[in-house]
Structure formats: C-alpha cells, structure tokens
Design a protein around this ligand. Structure first.
Ligand code: NAP
Length: 565
C-alpha cells in the first residue's frame, strides 16, 4: 500500500448529489487512460475515469472511417507493461487497421478489468481545483461529481474534430460524415456519388478505399500532400514472436530514439555527401522499402532542417507523383508546391493514394484555386462549378492538441483558468503541467514530443513519470505540486527555439494551429526528440523535480479529514 494520504472512496460514484472521492481522477479512456488506470491499481490507488465515448479505445473508437489504420508498426504500437499481454496478442498486419486496434483496446480493458473504474458516454464539462481543500472536482454532462487531489487529462491530441463552417450544410439532402466521428453502423457508398474534403493523413487513407466502393468520388483538395508508400502487408509467420523475444532490448533502444520508433535505417550522412546520382538511388531504395513516415524523412540528417536537402527529397516525391499519375494535369495538381517543405505537415503514408487518381471514377478539384462557396441541397458549389453528390465526407482534421482541453472549463477557486493561461498559446512546463494549475497533469500535452513520436511510448513515459511524482509527493508527505512560471517560460522558449531551428513550423498545419481560424500560431509539439526529452525529464526528477514547487497544503476539507482518520 502507498504512503499517500487516502481519501474517502465511494465506489460506484455519484450522479448529482454527493461527490465521489478517489485518489486520482482520469479524463479519457483511450490508450493513455487505460494504462493510467492499470498503473494506479497496481499502486493501490483508487481512481475514477470518465470517457465521452461508449467504450475504450479513444482515437480508435472514434475514427472508424474506411481505410483507417495506424502508421507505426503494430508491434511497436503495443503496450509494454505486461509480458502476458505481449505474448497472447497477435497482430495480423504490419500496420494494424482500426477494427484490429479497437479489438486490442477492448482486449486490454477486458483482460485487466479496466472498465470497473470508468464511466462511458460521459463527457467532463468542468474541472475545478479548490485551493482550500486541495481537491480537483470534475463535473460531467450526466451530472457526475467526482473529486481527488490529483487529476490527469488523458484526452488525446487529436480528439476534437474540426469541421469548417461551410454555408448551407443544413440544406444538403444527402448524408455527411466527419472521419473523426464516424458512425458505428456500416456506411455503404456503393452506387453513390461521394465528395471528400481534405487530403491530410485521414483523407489519404480514406480516398483509395472509398474510390473502390463508390460510383464516383470527387476529391476536394486545398493543399496537396507528400505521401510515401506504406507497403503494408500481413505479418509473416513467427515475425511477432521474433520481435517479442527481443522486446526488452528493443524497449531500451526505442526510448533512446528521436521518434520513439525503430525499424528504418537512421540517417548517417547529409545529403551533400552524396552525388545527385547516389541520392536518387538511395531515395529510390527508401521509397521501395516504404514503411513509417519517418523512413523517407530520415533518409538524410538534414532533411528536416535544411532547405536544399528538404527540396531534394520533396523533388524526388514530386517526380514519383508525375511517374504514377497518368494525366499530367492531375499529376501537376497533386504535386505539393515548392514552398511547402516535406515533413512540415504531418507526413502520411499510403496504400495506392496517387494510383487512385488514375481511376475513371475519381476527379480532383483544386479548391485553393476555386474555393468552396457553399454546400447546396444537391452537393458542393465552388467558385467555378457545382458538383452533384449523394454523400460528403469531411476529412478536415481536428482542433489539435488544445481543443479537447479547452473544451473543459478548467479553473481554480482563486480564479486561474486554463483558457486565460493559454490566451497567448499553450504554455506548459514539459507538456506535463501548466503554471497556476496545481496537481493537474496532461498526457502528451502541448510542449511534449507527443504527436512527433510513437504515442504508446510517450503515453507510457508520461504516465510513469507522473505517477512516480505522485509517489514522491506521498513519500515526502507533500500533497501539492505546481510548475513555476519561470520553468514554464524557459521551457516554452526552449521548445520554440528547437522548432524554429528546423523547417517544421513553416507550413500552415495543425501543428501550428493554422487549420482552425483564429487559433494562435504556435508550434505545439516539442521537436527536440523523445530521447532528449526523456533524459531531461529524468534529470529534472533526479534534481528534486527542478522547476516544480512541491509542498504540503493544509486543507480544510471535511471529506479528506474524515478519510485521514
Ligand atoms: P489534417 O492533417 O489537418 O488534414 C485536414 C485536411 O482538410 C487538409 O487537407 C486541409 O487542407 C483540409 N481542410 C481543412 N479545413 C479546410 C477548409 N476549410 N476547406 C478546405 N479544406 C480544408 O487532418 P487529418 O487528415 O484528419 O489528420 C490529422 C492527424 O491525425 C494527422 O496528421 C495524424 O497525426 C493523425 N492521423 C494519423 C493516422 C495514422 O495513420 N496513424 C491517420 C489519420 C490521421 P489544408 O492542408 O490546406 O489545411
């Protein structure tokens, strides 16, 4: 059992009336929330989790669109905390599809009985920290009230779908869908004229699959993307067993990599060390091998930081597009512009994306040249044509990294609020905490490597680090931790410098919030590498949690004094 002062726990929770008291509150039951619940139970701590979805899985619960799959090798996109779990689960494809990923999440929840401490179909609407009692209290749309000294936001980086407010959507006679909130029932596009808006990672996955089913598909493209072949395939017999036999060594190795992934050759030289001929041969080899998005970007050390190196790889992909797509006009429109560095928007990988534009039933519409004016009863009207459609798919992305946090009214009884704290961009210390909001933690928050790395590894890292800190507080008889303004300012400045030394912030991407009108432009993920970040987190902890104030708040709360008796 833990040295942590326990609170009164009313298992089963409450609706409307008296609050439920636990040790730790958790928001979200995706891969992060599930792992945290598992760890809390192992530590003998009580928890209450709330999840807006009807079951576990997070991203893989909501994103059920055709073609949805992970783009990290399945064996690397797996939990590492249980040898039994590792042994008994078998992935069927190199890049698992959404149904398989959801089955994995459900299997983990069942196996470790994780749903016991979670409430589903329940959205947290507010989180308030009482400075006197030292308790966070969550309130939900179903009337739940739950309190704990600590609260962990495990709500995902890409969990608030963004749908542009096109005029006339209410007039549309057909069906419309957002890829990030896809129906649970089968959607059948056969015999239908479908329009899809958006060519990010999601659109690029959905377009080939929808094109194969629909009578006709019109792709509305604003910015062309660079995508490279996934070369997905079934897992070979014995492949996973072999991987797992070295999983412990792999786990050490992967946590010392930039992206928390292995499986592609790390760059050993700059592009300038190769002749144009050698570059071509080497990039051709990488293209043929395909695989995770980093495979192509990591061809040379300088692709992410140097214009000439980046342009050489971007030109290689543009040449590939022109080779694959038969109609030169369509190929030209699919080529990303020269001023868009490859990798500055999230790099997708694909199965037959460019090839799909050779199909007779697929049309490409450039909505940068002729923007969408409105949705009509019969389809979509752009500045120069009207397209008749039976269904519209919005593959228009998310209010990334901050949207889901800011959708919750997060504040303290002394008047600090997340909304105010982030009015000038999402300032955090290490992406883990926000100054002024004690005892509130984020998993994969802005300012952490998060979306720039294998999220399972970063989830495990964050959860372990936070729970070690909670252990430390208990062991030292503290009950409050807060990031200092100074440490936060220094971290934000460091993260900004790291990003600006690269080509990454150049694009109008969701990384910088440019996809949501009015959102402050800040490069949100930490781009210093997961390896460097993890080392820093370790050093900070070893240095007595440098940059955090750890203290004992004398509380006036009756519930906690009752529990302490
Ligand atoms: P996204 O990358 O933000 O792409 C959204 C697309 O919609 C872009 O093509 C964008 O055009 C377009 N768009 C947005 N607003 C528009 C408007 N008002 N008018 C016209 N077009 C508009 O979103 P996403 O494709 O859903 O991907 C988001 C992230 O989810 C990915 O980057 C990735 O991290 C994650 N994801 C991962 C996987 C995976 O394989 N693991 C798969 C799917 C998604 P512009 O480019 O011009 O803004």
């Amino acid at each position: 059992m833990h040295a942590m002062p326990m609170t009164k726990t009313q298992l089963g929770g409450s609706r409307d009336s008296s609050p439920e008291f636990v040790d730790v509150l958790v928001v979200g039951m995706g891969f992060a929330g599930m792992y945290i619940l598992y760890c809390l139970r192992e530590r003998g701590l009580t928890a209450r989790a709330f999840e807006a979805g009807g079951d576990v899985g997070g991203t893989w619960y909501w994103n059920r669109y055709p073609g949805c799959r992970v783009d990290v090798d399945s064996v690397q996109y797996s939990y590492n905390f249980s040898e039994e779990l590792t042994r008994e689960w078998q992935w069927t494809e190199k890049f698992a599809s959404q149904p398989e990923l959801l089955r994995y999440a459900i299997h983990v929840a069942d196996r470790f009985d994780l749903r016991r401490d979670a409430k589903f179909d329940t959205r947290v609407i507010s989180a308030e920290f009482d400075e006197e009692t030292n308790f966070w209290t969550l309130r939900t749309d179903k009337g739940d009230v739950a309190s704990a000294p600590y609260c962990i936001m495990a709500i995902g980086s890409l969990s608030t779908p963004y749908k542009p407010p096109f005029l006339g959507i209410e007039d549309f006679r057909g069906e419309w869908y957002h890829t990030g909130a896809w129906p649970h029932e089968e959607v059948d596009f056969s015999g239908k004229r479908v329009g899809i808006i958006g060519t990010g990672s999601t659109g690029i996955q959905a377009i080939p699959v929808v094109a194969a089913e629909a009578e006709h598909l019109t792709v509305f493209q604003r910015t062309p993307q660079y995508t490279t072949p996934a070369r997905n395939r079934p897992m070979a017999p014995g492949e996973q067993r072999q991987f797992n036999a070295h999983r412990t060594e792999w786990h050490d190795e992967v946590r010392s990599t930039f992206s928390a992934m292995t499986g592609f050759p790390m760059p050993t030289r700059t592009i300038h060390e190769d002749t144009p001929e050698e570059r071509r041969t080497y990039l051709e080899k990488r293209w043929e091998e395909g695989g995770m998005p980093q495979a192509m970007l990591a061809a040379y050390k300088d692709v992410r930081v140097e214009v000439e190196a980046n342009t050489a790889v971007a030109d290689f992909v543009r040449d590939k597009i022109r080779d694959i797509v038969k109609d030169p006009d369509v190929a030209g429109r699919l080529c990303p512009p020269k001023d868009l560095p490859i990798g500055s928007k999230r790099p997708p990988i694909d199965t037959d994306y460019y090839e799909t534009f050779n199909r007779d039933n697929v049309a490409l519409v450039d909505i940068k040249r002729a923007p969408i004016e409105r949705v009509t009863a019969g389809g979509i009207k752009t500045a120069n044509a009207e397209y008749e459609l039976d269904a519209i798919i919005f593959a228009t992305g998310f209010d990334a990294m901050t949207g889901s946090l800011l959708a919750i009214d997060i504040r303290t009884s002394h008047g600090a609020s997340l909304k105010d704290a982030w009015s000038d961009g999402p300032d955090t210390y290490l992406g883990l905490m926000v100054a002024g909001l004690p005892n509130l933690f984020m998993i994969n928050g802005p300012g952490s490597p998060s979306v720039k790395a294998n999220m399972i590894i970063t989830i495990e890292h964050h959860a372990d680090w936070i729970l070690d800190l909670i252990d430390h507080l208990a062991a030292e008889d503290f009950n409050r931790v807060e990031a200092t303004e100074r440490a936060q300012t220094d971290w934000v400045e460091h993260a900004r410098e790291v990003a600006e030394a690269t080509l990454m912030p150049v694009a109008d991407s969701w990384y910088v919030g440019a996809n949501v009108p009015g959102k402050k432009r800040v490069y949100m993920p930490y781009f210093g590498g997961f390896d460097r970040y993890r080392k820093l987190c370790d050093e900070i902890a070893a240095d007595g949690y440098r940059g955090f104030v750890l203290s004992r708040a004398e509380t006036t709360d009756t519930a906690s004094s009752a529990a302490a008796e």
